[in-house]
Design a protein around this ligand. Sequence first.
Ligand code: PLP
Length: 367
Amino acid sequence: MTTTDTSPAPLYARAAYRGIELYAPDRRPASIDLSDNTNRWGVPPGALRELRDAGVALASRYPAVYSTPLKRTLADYAGVHPSMIVTGCGSDDVLDSAIRAFAEPGDRVVMSEPSFPMIPLFAAMNGLEYSGIPLSSSYDIDVESLVAGEPRITYLCSPNNPTGTTVARAAIKAVLAGARGIVIIDEAYVEFSDSTALDLVSAYDNLLIVRTMSKAFGLAGLRVGYAIGAPALVADIEKSRGPYKVSGLAERAAITALTEDLDWVREHIGLTIANRQRLVAALRARGLDVTPSLSNFVFAPVSRAPAVARRMREGAHGVAVRAFEGLRPVSAALQASGGCALRISVGPWPEIESALAAFDEAMAVCE
Ligand SMILES: *Cc1c(COP(=O)(O)O)cnc(C)c1O
């Protein structure tokens, strides 16, 4: 990722914004883009039909103020009451709104590292302090350090981006038992895993499960995210987020995906999991220390990953993957790679074959 500082120090913005750089991932076009974990099979068929047929009619009207029809549909899908759902313009919006709703400026947010880099950014955007707590050598969370000092907000990501590992249920319960503030569990990739903390929301009034339509449901461009929690909790997020944040078209497509397209979505989750296992095996056969993934991407510590990724994109195969450098070297594999890693999204097998060919070519050049 490259970051761009676009302007001289802001004179008018709040002081906390001085350290914030605009999010600038490498988004140059590539023939095959396996860099952002979106659905490589595209938009589900029912949602696609609605986008084509309903688009114009919905464009001139305001959407539902607080997405009530979508909340009902999501509630059915998740098996909870609609009063336990809050939506947003992508789950990023929900996370940002939650962080703002439950912490005063100066309060502290904690997250394990490496994990989702948007969280320290949202903390800064809302004037909060941020602490990163290293994951263990097997990418398990350090419960004691997370709960120490009673942070206002504890963020867990399961499956975790970028390691692909899940947080053990006992560890989640230990965090909930020790937490004084809000515990957010980001389940953006839950559809590709075998565990959820959803059943715990009825027992813990400080637990928020955040999910998205951007990954398994193939609607990243429409920006639909949601959270599930106690009614009082989600009502406060709704205040902090404000009205009209999910567009009418996004709402229509999301409702259709959740009702008509579930078979399609499940079929492609199955394909993703099968191809993920094949990709892990193929990378291990190349000598890489790859952690088992419970997500729709594979995390592979590789030395000089940015150079490797650049070569994969610019070489004959034109494959974009996500490169990391400067990650906390918590595991033996990350120590060996100097904190560098590739994250490869899983799509149709021919795309994975191209990624492997691009990787082989890049390694031959980079070594
Ligand atoms: C992709 C991703 C999201 C989803 O973001 P949207 O704003 O819903 O597109 C949230 N959390 C994590 C960890 C992710 O990787």
